[in-house]
Design a protein. Sequence first.
Length: 695
Amino acid sequence: MSENNIEKPTSCNPFFMPYDTPHDTVPFDRIRIEHFEEAFMEGIRRDNEQMDKTINNPERPTFDNMFIDTDEPTEGYYDLLGRVSTVFYNMLSAETNDELDALAQKMQPILTKHSNDMRLNPKLFERIRSVYRHHRRLTPEEKQLLDTSYDGFVRSGALLDDEGKEQLRRLTEEAGMLALQFSQNLLKENKAFILHLTDEADLDGLPETAREAAAQAARERELEGWVFTLDQPSFGPFMTYSTRRGLREKMYMAKNTVCTHDNSENNLDICRRLINLRLEIARLLGHRTYADYVLKHRMATRTRNVYQLLDQLVEAYRPTALKEVEDVKHLAWNLEKHPFRLQPWDFSYYSHKLQMKRYNIDSEMLRPYFELSRVVDGVFGLANRLYGITFRENKEIPVYHPDVRAYEVFDEDGAYLAVFYADFHPRKGKQGGAWMTEFQGQWIDRKGVNVRPHVSVVMNLTKPTDEKPALLTLGEVETFLHEFGHALHGMFANTRFSSLSGTNVWWDFVELPSQFMENYAVEKDFLRTFAVHYETGEQLPDELIDRIVKSRNFMAAYGCMRQVSFGLLDMAYYTRSKPFEGDIVEFEKNAWKKAVVMPQLPDTCMTVQFSHIMAGGYAAGYYSYKWAEVLDADAFSVFRKNGIFDRKTAKSFRDNILSRGGTEHPMTLYKRFRGGEPTIDALLKRNRIRIPKKE
């Protein structure tokens, strides 16, 4: 943020003044909760002032005076509001507390109203429309910015009459509040449950790492014994290793009934209302369904293409998935010496037994070789080998929690490229899951200065204990690689306009860079670069790596059907053309049944905790993960052919995809790298799936 654009501070609020930190990184050590509201309101005031200045400009609107010659160093308005919003909402996900939650509730309607005031201002839109219809010769990137901006106004209701605009205001304000409430309820419910054990016999089957972590969790709560939570590093090992079937059931039901209970955190009515609000918004804007509205700006373009992909995957993978479940069931029967109904809380336990029988490998065997600091070195080393970039930790860069590490990133020629934050472990005020975000995007200012991004990955990986460092599972290594792929997309951004840079691409394209990186997790030549025993220094043995490679497709079809089921559920909600008035739980069971391969339990519900489609921006877009998986398998096949560390291929991937953001249609970018459109063939080959020939 340029110093010239920041007014003299009227207080010690750090948002109002130059950050005066390395690379102008966020001064987390100086920000207090009371600074947020003041900065929000001042940001709104400055936005309004800039808008008045723009719409009252006596000059004819041009691309330059609307998008370039403003007081803001990128397109649009002076962005104090963006500055504070970025920090606030990242903290709301990664390090929240009751005060931040309350402030979010207070600010949500104010911020939604302000956004509507900007997008629905008729004078501002008329100037944008004038430029859209009459402009100078534009570069492709300028044209993309103009098209995106104009369409953004239209999709936000700029063409509606006054009555329609007021209706849209009411709908979007309510939807914003409900999405926030959904997320806050989910965090509270997930963090409220603990399984507190005091009898050591109840730990039977659990590996030492899980026991130590549970003992530490108990000590942190000043309890005796062991505590297990719904955070994945605790929940996952318990479900995989515990021999106590009743306790596995208790954990499973706790996880899969969150936000369904008769309390203030129940999300059932919120989900129902969100689905209907989005339908109302879509209909108001001239679309039959919310999916039609969303898919206009997706590679899939229309619902039939999404269903074609999902149905193709069901046809290809379901027979193998059913066989995988049968194999697990029969092993369970043999081990227990009698047939019984295999329940969802049994699946991880017995599928692990089957994996051990077939491949003699599991997560605990590998943990000692995946000590977190070594994994970090391995992932950074992979980026260096592919792209020549290097990472250097800088403890002078402020962070928002002691767990967070901050790195300076340098390009192959030694030039500064980005700041990279890594936030690894679960804690009380942190949402579950993993995600990539930014504290500053990339753009090129009017003086030609390339303002570099500040990128962050936030995860919930296994924590260190008093006895051991953080030892990860192979699945957690894959998670790190996935989010790091998003981070590379952000760090390599090299576009003129911030709204088109980095991960600002269509949502069914954004997962390509992340899922592409997951391919390396089972590559022998990559694992050999960092996987050594944390105590002995012994390299991960070749025979263990061979078992990893051989087992890479274990339960692949089952996993595919799980993802497809989520995509089907998402589409079922958002392809509706009539309001939803039914039972969420019942509807869910029917919506995804053709992809479900395990018994469905009457009391469980995914929808009420499905953040992606209720509060995370993936509504009518969850299919994107499978869409991008087709892309990533196809893209990695090029590396497989040329060499998985081939610098020339990596440079093409960086230049044509990672650095270009949303400056062109994603298929144009992909074909420029690949030489043609992707097919499902590489994915089927990777997963060793054969489609039976039809008679």
